[in-house]
Design a protein around this ligand. Structure first.
Ligand code: MF3
Ligand code: CO
Ligand code: CO
Length: 293
């Protein structure tokens, strides 16, 4: 974005087909101003056009429907494999595909992470949900080439107060981060700070090894959306960015280990509980709109 070579009547760089002057011209001017103020400004490849956002919005509605369907059917004594089977049925009926299936060899259609599993738990006939368990169900679907990614926690029957608190505080971390988004003002680090401060205030820790990400035309796009603060400058949040926020919060220490047998399942090192919630959101002119939750 050094010299603006594009002319008013040229087609806008966002690919919408409109003239530059009536599309991203003003946006580019604001970006230059922000850069002059010292912000790290996002590259154009982070910015979705309205057609793409419409497609991701539809995928988000379908992904929400999948999570609703699981929510209606999840119950004690059910196996996580059954959740995978429900997913396959839903996807077939709704003209969608799982983005997880065969992603880097991942063998199932979504992730089911129970209790001390931080993320990427693989559905299995051997994992049976019991009263008192907490589980994260994380689904990423593709519909007409557009991706939406979201996860929810479910509490199975009556759970202990510490588990209930972890699930609640993790959701608060995510909701507070979304609320904090003011386009042209908030940076990714600001979101990390909101999450880190709220988790630590409640005696919990933030996982560092996994993070949120751009999403929409692929499951994982730039930028990384970290849930802990870093010293470096991070991107300014501007309209048209579509990304996930998905904090993983631990009851005990933040450290984890990877299951060496399946190569996917991440568990807390101390065996204590972990929780996660995830939304896909799009930044518009006055804040963030949640596309999948
Ligand atoms: N849904 C996950 C995320 O939030 C990614 C799934 S990894 C896979 O980024 F291996 F299961 F595909
Ligand atoms: Co996800
Ligand atoms: Co994600």
């Amino acid at each position: 974005m050094d010299k603006v070579l594009i002319k008013d009547k040229d087609e806008c760089w966002c690919g919408c087909g409109k003239e530059y002057a009536s599309c991203h011209k003003e946006f580019d001017q604001k970006l230059i101003e922000a850069r002059n103020l010292g912000y790290l400004i996002p590259p154009r490849r982070f910015i979705k056009n309205s057609l793409q956002i419409e497609g991701i919005r539809k995928a988000g509605i379908l992904n929400n429907g999948l999570l609703d369907y699981i929510q209606e059917n999840i119950k004690p004594r059910m196996t996580t494999e059954e959740i995978d089977r429900l997913t396959v049925k839903y996807l077939k009926e709704h003209d969608c595909e799982s983005a997880d299936y065969m992603y880097e060899g991942y063998p199932k259609h979504l992730c089911t992470s129970v209790n001390d599993v931080v993320c990427h738990g693989i559905p299995s006939d051997y994992v049976i949900l019991d009263e008192g368990d907490i589980i994260n169900v994380d689904a990423t679907i593709v519909h007409k080439g557009y991706y939406a990614d979201a996860s929810r926690m479910f509490m199975i029957g009556k759970v202990k107060p510490n588990a209930e608190k972890l699930v609640r505080v993790t959701k608060e971390c995510l909701d507070m981060a979304v609320e904090a988004i003011v386009p042209w003002k908030t940076t990714l680090n600001d979101l990390a700070k909101v999450i880190e401060v709220h988790a630590k205030k409640n005696g919990f820790s933030v996982v560092h090894e996994y993070c949120g990400h751009g999403v929409g035309l692929k499951m994982h796009e730039d930028p990384y959306v970290l849930h802990y603060q870093v010293k470096e400058k991070t991107y300014l949040i501007v309209p048209g960015m579509v990304f996930t926020i998905e904090p993983m919060i631990n009851e005990g220490s933040r450290y984890l280990y990877l299951d060496y047998k399946d190569g996917w399942t991440a568990r807390t090192k101390d065996g204590k509980l972990s929780a996660q919630w995830e939304y896909t959101l799009v930044v518009n002119e006055d804040g963030a709109e949640i596309l999948s939750k």
